[in-house]
Design a protein around this ligand. Structure first.
Ligand code: HEC
Length: 462
């Protein structure tokens, strides 16, 4: 599916600068929604790349069709309509999040509605016959925009939120107020059940040159977002009324990255949590009805199905996604260390009698400290940047503190030996186990990364 090139004439403000040289962005990495009634395909598009709009498009512009819902004719890809949730995105406000269709009774008429709760913290109800915005309200605290102006359909940005040669503390953060974990809609209750994230960061682009150029296959957002806000990180399950655009009930969670929801005609909502519980709630009231500890963080939504006369509920139990990558200070507190817990598919039915084999408790690998390794501070300093740019951080965690996607390198023997380290990191000795080879790294760079890892291990104990 290709957005046809002539569609660019639809743009009022296409975006300025040579954004295509930097990447552009707009990946459509979530599921598409097909609408049989309208014979339309709805695609949620991704954020801008690099994130920093001032570098991507120095003279402004909306950057269509980033962070948008785009309706296309599924037969030929012809454009039907679009609605952009974050014009000129500069906060990684992906709009790929799942798109839910329903008929809603609003002010006495039936609206063919499209519902969407992207990362930017607003819940949108759009008329899918023509792409017109019906309503939009924030479902979490949003410090980048005060509200959506219903006459223009555009967010009213808060001054300074668009950090430009400065910094700004923003909620929600780049993992969103709602990420890839799907929400669900229940026709009986009329409510949408949203896995909500409460988290923010400080974006700071003062160190980035305006003549930015990202290296080939290099992680470079053109903004530093490692500054954590002094707020309590948490998550919640929200029951949201899309007609009145207000919350009906909410269950708070101590961790931010909880799984997608399933709601049933039996007035239930099921959700897995970051701390490994599968929970059932009364869909109308939010009262907890059932809770089972499955021993490992859950990222996937449960499904329910019938075989013969028996109803089953299945869930994949496994910790993954950005929560396991260690981008935030929450994922590393859970103890879902790499390789310790079994990933499994667990199925329930009424009257089921099997006992679930237990999982090991949460585990936090201890950094190796007294190893006789002689640390070179300058090398470690250089290694810190390489660790990030070489993507190590994306699997082994920020600051070399892992959250489960890959081993915690502070606790590994391998960085203690130069040659073994090179064989794993450069030559790909563990490539069949998903540790990529990095043939581009020089001896000096490898040494720098090795010293950085050892420095993080030693300083962890202090
Ligand atoms: C795509 C994810 C990914 C990236 C990127 C990545 N790793 Fe890994 N790494 C892994 C996984 C998964 C393993 C565990 C493989 C296994 O099961 O043995 C691993 C294992 C390792 C080990 C061995 C640890 C041990 O004790 O067995 C080292 C050392 C290592 N990685 C270093 C690095 C460095 C340095 C970088 C960056 C240059 C890097 N990795 C980038 C996923 C990744």
């Amino acid at each position: 599916m290709v957005l046809k090139i002539q569609q660019w004439k639809w743009q009022r403000k296409p975006g300025t600068g040579e954004w295509w040289k930097h990447g552009g962005g707009g990946n459509t990495w979530h599921g598409f929604t097909y609408d049989a009634e309208m014979d339309a395909l709805y695609i949620g598009t991704g954020n801008g790349s690099p994130w920093n709009a001032a570098i991507r498009s120095p003279d402004g512009g909306d950057n269509l069709f980033l962070s948008s819902v785009v309706a296309l004719d599924p037969d030929d890809g012809e454009y039907i309509w679009h609605y952009q949730t974050t014009p000129g995105d500069t906060w990684d406000y992906t709009s790929t999040m799942d798109i839910v269709l329903a008929d809603l009774e609003i002010n006495g008429s039936t609206i063919k509605a499209l519902m969407h709760a992207p990362k930017n913290g607003f819940f949108y109800v759009i008329n899918r016959e023509n792409g017109e915005l019906i309503s939009a309200e924030n479902y979490v605290e949003t410090t980048w925009a005060s509200h959506i102006d219903m006459s223009t359909g555009r967010p009213v940005e808060i001054e300074g939120a668009r950090y430009n040669n400065s910094s700004a503390k923003i909620m929600p953060g780049p993992l969103g107020a709602h990420s890839w974990h799907p929400m669900s809609y229940n026709e009986e209750t009329g409510l949408v059940y949203i896995p909500t994230i409460r988290w923010g960061v400080e974006y700071d682009d003062q160190a980035y040159a305006r003549d930015f150029a990202a290296g080939e296959f290099e992680a470079n957002f053109a903004v530093d977002w490692s500054g954590d806000l002094d707020v309590e990180i948490s998550g919640s399950l929200q029951a949201w009324d899309p007609v009145s655009q207000e919350q009906r009930w909410e269950v708070d969670y101590p961790h931010m990255y909880n799984a997608g929801t399933l709601t049933t005609a039996g007035n239930l909502v099921f959700q897995g949590t970051a701390d490994g519980h599968l929970v059932a709630y009364n869909a109308s009231s939010g009262d907890m009805l059932w809770d089972i500890d499955l021993g490992l963080g859950i990222s996937a939504p449960p499904i329910t199905y019938k075989i013969g006369n028996k109803q089953y509920l299945s869930v994949l139990v496994g910790w993954g996604g950005a929560g396991a990558a260690g981008f935030d200070r929450d994922g590393i507190t859970l103890g879902w260390a790499y390789g310790v817990h079994d990933r499994r598919l667990v199925t329930f039915t009424l009257g089921g009698e099997l006992e679930l084999p237990s999982q090991p408790p949460p585990h936090f690998p201890a950094p190796l400290v007294d190893t006789g390794f002689t640390l070179d501070g300058d090398l470690a300093e250089a290694g810190s940047t390489l660790y990030l740019e070489g993507f190590c951080a994306f699997c082994h965690g920020a600051n070399a503190v892992a959250a489960g996607m890959a081993p915690d390198l502070r606790a590994s023997q391998i960085p203690l030996d130069q040659q073994t380290f090179a064989s794993v990191v450069r030559d790909g000795a563990f490539i069949s186990r998903a540790m990529p080879a990095h043939p581009e790294l020089t001896d000096q760079e490898l040494e720098a990364i090795r010293h950085y890892i050892r420095q993080q291990a030693i300083s962890a104990e202090r």
